[in-house]
Design a protein around this ligand. Structure first.
Ligand SMILES: Nc1ncnc2c1ncn2[C@@H]1O[C@H](COP(=O)(O)OP(=O)(O)OP(=O)(O)O)[C@@H](O)[C@H]1O
Length: 452
């Protein structure tokens, strides 16, 4: 077992825009870290750099107190499993799992005993004496995992190991992988773009976008207290509603979020009220999942309510999804804070550490620049190494569209398509982001948090 530290790691292929861009991350000893993000965000590249299969363009990788940057893959004590764990076709499952041990000099009895122990954990005892071609996809992948981990690596790396399996097998094997990692207590980095895998397996999740880290935290932290609008949008179904709003500061410093036709007032005791009270007129993004709303019996125009017309109601088997036209400007989480085009990296000095690479903004919006002071405090709170990689890309306006509020609703609420709906809003469940998609208030993070 060993901890992993990535320090300002970058990878640029063919001198183009970086696939991994100044990423710093700690994975604690024995921790199960999931790298989560959309296709092309740099997850596999980062994993391959940890394994030593990809040369880094900049930065350092540490395993415990050992600088691993220049170690060859075979000297890193790392085991890797890919989407299609290849097996020796002419060896049985047992022989496949035993193979690395035999190569390392274990005698047959010893190797066979270890293989049988792992087979029990991976639930393939009955398949041990069969050839790979007679095994199901799930069994083959279990054998590949067994073979990778049988030599008790210091670090276990998995790149979408379940992506070629059907839904039932995915669920089964996911549970076995989780159980195995807990039993063996091996430091694990697991790549996926599947939010359910991330939420169910991870001690902590690293959400990536465009080669950078958007958020790092426990599943509960990243889901319920997301650092960015993108992270909030990547987790959760239906996706979080991101509403464009203007901050209005009224008499006695009361803060309301103005959505155009409607508005919501923040309670004075809400810490966001204090933060936003000197930013009258600033643009913000208000994130709201279904749990922020309750269908209210009547009303409309009340300070804590939004109202709209129920356009469509969809039955999704285990849930009802309502599409409510509220006349509010909705934003696409994938586009919030996205730069219109790659820019030339520029060195900037930060108050809390050495110079770091980030991208020069042609301009920063008023609130974005005013919020930078809060962020530098947030960096200190989050811990220098991880927080440094959570630097925001400079903002460009997200694509706006006037669309529906999408909510999971109680089927017993008695709503009918076309009817007017009143929604009471729990402001404590709203997440408020600046225009670049960064939270305006503090997120709760502990860089070494373990949940189990
Ligand atoms: N060998 C390579 N040469 C050039 N570009 C590459 C190479 N490998 C990856 N890239 C690019 O680097 C970026 C990150 O790729 P990477 O495979 O790490 O993303 P990913 O998040 O793992 O995506 P996916 O989930 O689709 O596997 C992509 O734009 C990809 O096209």
């Amino acid at each position: 077992m060993t901890a992993i530290r990535l320090d300002s790691v970058s990878k640029t292929y063919d001198g183009k825009y970086p696939a991994v861009n100044d990423v710093s991350l700690n994975v604690a000893d024995g921790e199960f870290m999931v790298l989560l993000g959309p296709s092309g965000c740099g997850k596999t590249t980062l994993l391959r750099m940890i394994a030593g299969l990809e040369e880094m363009s900049a930065g350092e990788v540490w395993f415990g107190r050992t600088l691993a940057t220049d170690l060859s893959p075979k000297d890193r004590g790392v085991a890797l499993v890919f989407q299609n764990g290849a097996l020796y076709p002419n060896r049985t499952a047992r022989e496949n799992i035993m193979f690395p041990l035999r190569m390392a000099g274990d005698d047959v009895t010893e190797a066979s005993t270890k293989a049988a122990g792992l087979a029990r954990i991976l639930r393939i005892e009955g398949a041990l004496d069969r050839l790979p071609r007679t095994l199901s996809g799930g069994q083959r992948q279990r054998v590949a995992i067994g073979r990778a981990i049988v030599r008790q690596p210091q670090i276990f790396l998995m790149d979408e190991p379940l992506s070629n399996l059907d839904a039932t097998l995915r669920t089964e094997l996911r549970q076995e992988i989780g159980a195995m990692a807990r039993d063996l207590n091996v430091t694990t980095v697991y790549v996926t773009h599947d939010q359910i895998e991330a939420l169910t397996l991870a001690d902590r999740i690293t959400v990536m976008r465009d080669g950078r880290i958007e958020d790092v935290g426990t599943p509960d932290q990243v889901f319920n207290d997301p650092a960015t609008a993108f992270a909030a949008g990547f987790l959760g179904s239906p996706r979080i509603n991101l509403m464009s709003a203007i901050v209005r500061v009224t008499a006695h410093h009361r803060v309301s979020l103005d959505f155009g036709a409607q508005s919501i007032q923040l309670p004075p005791i809400d810490r966001r009220s204090l933060i936003l009270s000197s930013h009258d007129g600033a643009k913000v993004i208000v994130g709201a999942r279904s749990d922020a709303f309750t269908v209210a019996a009547a009303g409309g125009g009340e300070p804590g309510h939004l109202s709209g017309k129920l356009r469509t109601l969809e039955f999704h088997g285990n849930q009802w999804i309502a599409f409510i036209e509220c006349g509010v400007e909705m934003l696409n989480p994938d586009l919030v804070g996205v730069s219109p085009r790659p820019r030339t990296p520029k060195r900037l000095a930060f108050a809390d550490g050495g110079p770091r690479t980030r991208h020069a903004a042609p301009h920063m919006s008023g609130l974005t620049s005013r919020l930078s002071g809060w962020r530098s405090k947030a960096r200190t709170r989050l811990g220098r190494v991880e927080a440094s990689s959570i630097e925001p890309e400079p903002t460009a306006a997200a694509t706006h569209r006037r669309a529906d509020l999408v909510l999971e609703i109680d089927p017993n609420a008695g709503l009918k398509t076309g009817s007017k709906v009143h929604l009471a809003v729990d402001t404590a469940r709203l997440h408020i982001f600046d225009e670049s998609g960064r939270r305006v208030d503090r997120v709760t993070r502990d860089s070494e948090t373990r949940t189990r």
